[in-house]
Write a protein that binds this ligand. Sequence first.
Ligand SMILES: Cc1ncc(COP(=O)(O)O)c(C=O)c1O
Length: 430
Amino acid sequence: MKTRSFARSQAAFTEAKKVIPGGVNSPVRAFGSVGGDPVFFERGKGSHVFDIDGNTYIDYVASWGPLILGHVPEKVVEAVERALSGGSSFGAPTERETALAEKIVRMVPSIEKVRMVNSGTEATMSAIRLARGYTGRSKVIKFIGCYHGHVDALLVQAGSGPMTLGTPGSPGIPESHIADTLALPYNDIDTVKEVFDNMAGDIAAVILEPIAGNMGVIPPKDGFLEGLRELTEKHDSILIFDEVITGFRIAPGGAQELYGVTPDMTTLGKVIGGGLPVGAYGGRADIMDHIAPDGPVYQAGTLSGNPLAMAAGLATLEAVSDESFHDTLEEKAARLAREFETAANAAGVPAFHARVGSMICTFFTDGEVVDFDGAKTCDTDRYAKFHHEMLVRGIYLAPSQFETMFISIVHTVEDIEQTASAVREVMKLL
Ligand SMILES: Cc1ncc(COP(=O)(O)O)c(C=O)c1O
């Protein structure tokens, strides 16, 4: 193993901390839960990233999910360059927005109409406002360990980011903003039923990640999504799938296609922007028609539907629509996940391995993980060591136990073999 220097990254972090809170523009990037200083990147290409000290890594963070085609995919770059040369923003309608909306409507089962925004946070915030405006009710059920961005009302027991900081939510959010938020255990349909039995007439919406990806990777138990569908339908509440991570990644139509459960509304982000800042929310036309200008629920955005973002989104969704795309991704991910499992078993390291499609997580714990309480039993010190030892071997993993490892379509067999060889070495050190 060659020795790597991180001197320039360390110096860059020191400088950044003088002018940026914590030196980062999003907290988990700071390596708080694994220790050490974050690596500063210079560029990416395909499945690899290159830091400012000249170190190379195989990247399994993929900018936290958007880069399903890897770094700088030719078609996306070309599309963005073409869009930029024609004007970076108009604040007026363009045909690319309609083209992307049409593509989303074709791909995502629940979406008849869709509104573009600039981030996943904006998408969930707007979806909740619309659900409340449409139903005339105020309470929202979310699930412990699910993260829906930093929306005041949803930043309650919200998984990886806040968990890494050791805070349940955040100061700065008045009690009144979360008074109508009910945080329930993931995968526990009986508790949801009880809550509906007591206050059905008050519940505007149930929002969840159909595959939880912010407390490691936790798939829904058999019957959980179906149970939520039944309860919300029965009580006229809006079921919202937050597919910011899973949208277009798990299947062309997201987790709702994989599990065959169609929500009323869906929030999107990450892959939809192909690496540019985009989010979207969509759903049944009768609900979406309640947004301004057709309806009374207000939501707007100076850069919403931005030409560069629309171009990147269109090129990305075109690529993931290819018939064999998700099968290829599945094969690569299955192979990589098998290597992690085999290496942990061979080294006698207690671990629970979870995977749905190209979302992978090795939980350093004994038991099965089906909810946030299970995720919390992980040995986070062991993950920190694992992360560091993989990093110095040129494998870039998320700097938190409670994140998803993402594989992209450009990870090669050689990448997977190189990663497997590092995992085998590192598991023996834990
Ligand atoms: C499921 C989910 N919803 C919403 C968000 C918020 O998206 P953004 O960071 O683009 O605001 C995230 C971000 O990680 C997410 O994972």
